[in-house]
Write a protein that binds this ligand. Structure first.
Ligand code: DGL
Length: 266
């Protein structure tokens, strides 16, 4: 059977993963995607390893039951906690968002100092630190948990003086101030990019995972000759574990007014 026509599954704790889906669709416009936002259990960023692994398994069981040819964990927290478990359990390729962000950050830094902002669970897991240490031990890396940023993104305060102030307040805690690359280590943060830009100035490079993941997925599909060859524009289907308010700002930002989320009970 031709697996190429199957969709690619994408999931996040909520809607931040849409920043990754956007890059995937731009790079792979002929592919079908199923997006699942586990909004009922958001945020993952303050939960334990055991809980996040359980939630992630539930999300991927759902997507796998719909038949997918590959999975993208569009959430740093779930990648940090559950990537090995998901790779072990499921037969399709599983892509996380941490490896591509680390690769981009390492390529971008000139001074060898990188700051990673992420959820408390991601920082606690030390997944970024381990990935940097194993691939780029020469780099100096500092990580900082920013628990207030996910609610600001979900609220749609993308470009807002208060968001800029919150980011600046977090950055005041950084020990090494002369980093030149800032990793947005949570898929909600790209929505706040203009606030980040105002907080850190023009000179620093902002890195997020989306573009790198899209390149990896494309390369993976080519390797096993698993591209969708129908020649048609791909279809997107959206699922959520709790109803979304009408006009949710994150959804509207890049996917417009008419996106319909089907409710799933995991
Ligand atoms: N989008 C998730 C991430 O990339 C975090 C949101 C949450 O805390 O659930 O880490």
């Amino acid at each position: 059977m031709d697996h190429g026509s199957l969709p690619i599954g994408v999931f996040d704790s909520g809607l931040g993963g849409l920043s990754v889906l956007r890059e995937l669709v731009a790079r792979l416009p002929g592919e079908d995607f199923l997006y699942l936002g586990d909004v009922a259990r958001l945020p993952y960023g303050s939960k334990s390893h055991a809980a996040i692994t359980r939630y992630a398994l539930g999300c991927v069981d759902f997507l796998a039951s719909r038949r997918i040819k590959a999975l993208v964990i569009a959430c740093n927290t779930a990648t940090a906690m559950a990537l090995p478990t998901l790779r072990e359990k499921f037969p399709f390729p599983v892509y996380g968002v941490i490896e591509p962000a680390v690769a981009r950050a390492a390529a971008a830094t000139r001074v060898g100092k990188v700051l990673v902002l992420a959820t408390p669970s991601t920082v606690r897991s030390e997944a970024y630190r381990r990935e940097f240490n194993s691939r780029h031990p020469e780099l100096k890396v500092e990580e900082l948990a920013c628990p207030l940023l996910v609610p600001l993104a979900e609220e749609g305060w993308f470009d807002h003086p208060l968001t800029v102030a919150v980011i600046k307040q977090y950055l005041a805690e950084v020990r090494e101030r002369d980093y030149d690359v800032l990793v947005l280590g949570c898929t909600h943060y790209p929505f706040l990019e203009s606030s980040f830009r105002q907080a850190v100035g023009e000179a620093r490079v902002l890195v997020h995972s989306g573009p790198g993941v899209a390149v990896e997925v494309e390369a993976g599909l080519m390797l096993v000759q698993n591209r969708n060859r129908s020649g048609k524009a791909g279809r997107l289907r959206f699922f959520a574990t709790d109803p979304l308010p009408q006009g949710q700002p994150i959804v509207q930002r890049w996917f417009g007014e008419n996106v319909h989320f089907e409710l799933v009970d995991l």
